[in-house]
Design a protein around this ligand. Sequence first.
Ligand code: SAM
Length: 211
Amino acid sequence: MTDHLELEPEPSAAAVLFGEHLEQGRAFTEALARHGEELGLIGPLELPRLWTRHVLNSALMAPLLRPGRVADVGSGAGLPGLVLAIIRPDVSLTLIEPMERRVAWLERQVDELGLSNVEVLRARAEDTKLNGTFDQVTARAVSALRTLIPITAPLLRPGGELVLLKGAGVDGEIGSAEKAIRKYRVRDGEVLVLGEGVLAEVTRVYRATVG
Ligand SMILES: C[S@@+](CC[C@H](N)C(=O)[O-])C[C@H]1O[C@@H](n2cnc3c(N)ncnc32)[C@H](O)[C@@H]1O
């Protein structure tokens, strides 16, 4: 419900992260607040922190993208895929999501937000036939690195980059993913801590090159 939408608690953070695209960011966040719960995209407990925990948390990844082709695996509500497409019109986003209802939501948002840099694909990442295609792959809240690397790394062209949003337990995830890291030739992995001084909670990203 719209009246449960969290007010922009740090308007300057939203303005800084969305820049000239703030109105589109607001339109997306409001649509998610209005329909997200009934469509099963977002839990009711998340509504009061939609901006900070979800939208701005996703927006922090935008400066890490390079102009080119980016796949967002398991986009769900459009996080981070739609947020990134709004902020980075110079990047071509492919949102990969297997669930029909979520795909319908993503397509509707692309249409309503007037985004011309997004393609929505109803598929599981491992079934896309798009292996070796993308410059970067993003994902948020899909699975632990041990299982996420095997479904994301093959999508990348040689030398492409994983940009995976992770929680505070990322170091443990990296340890458990050693076998996948070797098998999929993941190298130069690093954990970036984003959002310090911008949001109350920092965001972690596992970034690594493949091949
Ligand atoms: C917990 S939701 C997170 C959605 C969104 N990324 C977010 O941060 O709110 C996980 C999403 O990943 C999708 N998913 C699960 N396995 C997948 C796979 N193998 N390929 C692509 N998407 C997958 C699910 O359908 C679901 O929409």
